[in-house]
Design a protein around this ligand. Sequence first.
Ligand code: GAR
Length: 201
Amino acid sequence: MKKRIAVIASGRGSNFQAVVDAIGAGLVPATCVALITDNPKAYAIERAEKAGIPRIVIDYATFPSREAYERALLSAMQDLNADLFVLAGYMRILGSPIVRAFPGKMVNIHPALLPSFTGLHAQRQAVQYGVKVAGCTVHFVDESLDGGPIILQRCVPVLDGDDEDSLAERILEQEHIAFPEAIRLFCEDRLEIVGRKVRIH
Ligand code: GAR
C-alpha cells in the first residue's frame, strides 16, 4: 500500500524535487498529497505545480502571531490525513502542539552530521569550526531542536578551499540521495523507533 506523504518547505525545494523524482521513478512507494509552504515566494510552489501536486500556502507574514500561524498549519496538516510529513528545507521551528500531533510521523533533513551544528547555517558553522568531515542527517522530529532519532546520515569531506557555499553544494548532493532513501524506508515500514534510536529492518 502506498503511503500518503506531505512535504513542508520554505524555499528552493530541491529536496522536495528529489523526493518527487524518486516517487516518479517508482523508488518510493508513496503519493505526495500536498506541498505546504509558509512562504508564498518559495520556488517549491512552482515545482509542485509542474508535478501536479496540490499547493497549500500558509503565509506566515499574514498571521498576527506565531501561535495563530501554527494553528492554521496544524489544521491544514490534520486535514491531509498523511502518513508522513516531510520537512524539506522548512526554515522554522515547529511548536510543540504540531510535533505532539504527529509522533513518529514527521521527518526532517538537516545539512550537518547531527548532533553537531544544529539550527541555522549549519554549513557555515562547520566551515568556521574547521571540521574535516561534514554531511547531512535525516531524522524524526521531536520537540528538541534537530535532536530527534536519526534515520540515516551521509558524509562529505570538507576541503581546504571550502567556503559555506561550496560545502553546502556538496552536502546538498548527498541530501538528495539520503532523503528519498530514508522516506523509502519509512514507506516500506522498515523503520522502528526504539528509545532514541531508529532500527532499520
Ligand atoms: C537544505 O540544505 C536543507 O538541509 C536545509 O535547507 C536546505 C533546503 O534546500 N535545511 C535546514 O537547514 C533546516 N534546518 P532545498 O530547499 O533546496 O531543499
